[in-house]
Design a protein around this ligand. Structure first.
Ligand code: HPA
Length: 236
């Protein structure tokens, strides 16, 4: 057990999928894993471990925002030995070519700050995805005919953003979408020498105001779970 995770040592797999929403973790574990058991309930942050095509997998919520994700990812890596962490979540689209329902595979994530900012001081560290996971996810998205984009995203500290000037600059520089967790996950993976990736569904669009109807969210979320699992286990 750790401060925030009630699992025993050995109950967390080396491969962890991290949706923001704990109920999404429960849904994905029931739908995609065999023999899934709940391994964490502390503070309502649900985690489940089972197998996918015979490979052990944990699906554990991250909560919303980098401070929350940082707590769980730190404990999963340092205390439970997680080696591959894939965020699966939603994001807001920021480019005309990026449509609601499309998948974004995040190569890098810009930020104003992360929980790790203090250690970098004047350095603008560039958080980046694990290339092997990214290449596998791209191959899977392509083979499934899922519309996808690969590139930079913005990991924001706020959902209700009050800096339209910054959004404009990021759009101008090709940023594909905005979410709230990936940058810190990539930084922690770099620090501890493990692999990380974020696979995101565009749930709403900053430019058009369009939003994914709730009945479509489940299907899009399912696509992401499958892309993440195949990225982690390309030979399974
Ligand atoms: N901002 C931040 N995070 C998000 C958004 C957004 O517009 N949409 C989905 N996650």
């Amino acid at each position: 057990m750790t401060v925030h995770i009630g699992a025993e040592k050995g109950q967390i797999a080396e491969t962890v999928l991290m949706p923001g929403d704990p109920y999404r973790a429960e849904w994905a574990a029931e739908k995609f894993l065999d023999d899934a058991v709940c391994v964490n309930k502390v503070r309502g942050m649900l985690g489940f471990t089972g197998t996918w095509r015979g490979n052990p997998v944990t699906i554990h919520g991250s909560g919303m925002g980098m401070p929350s994700l940082s707590i769980y990812a730190n404990e999963l890596i340092r205390d439970y030995g997680a080696k591959t962490l894939i965020r699966i979540g939603s994001c807001g689209g920021m480019q005309d070519a990026v449509k609601v329902r499309d998948v974004i595979i995040a190569m890098t994530a810009s930020t104003l700050s992360t929980p790790s900012r203090g250690i970098f001081k004047e350095l603008n560290f560039a958080p980046c995805a694990d290339y092997g996971l990214l290449a596998n996810a791209v191959a899977t998205a392509k083979s499934r005919d899922v519309p996808y984009h690969v590139g930079g995203i913005y990991s924001s500290d706020v959902f209700y953003d009050e800096r339209p000037d910054l959004t404009e600059q990021m759009e101008r520089h090709g940023t594909l979408g905005v979410e709230m967790e990936a940058a810190e996950l990539y930084i922690l993976a770099a620090r501890y020498g493990v692999r990380a990736l974020a696979v995101l569904t565009v749930s709403d669009h900053l430019k058009t105001g369009e939003a994914l109807p709730s009945e479509d969210r489940e299907r899009s979320f399912g696509d992401m779970v499958e892309i993440a699992l195949e990225a982690a286990f390309p030979d399974a």
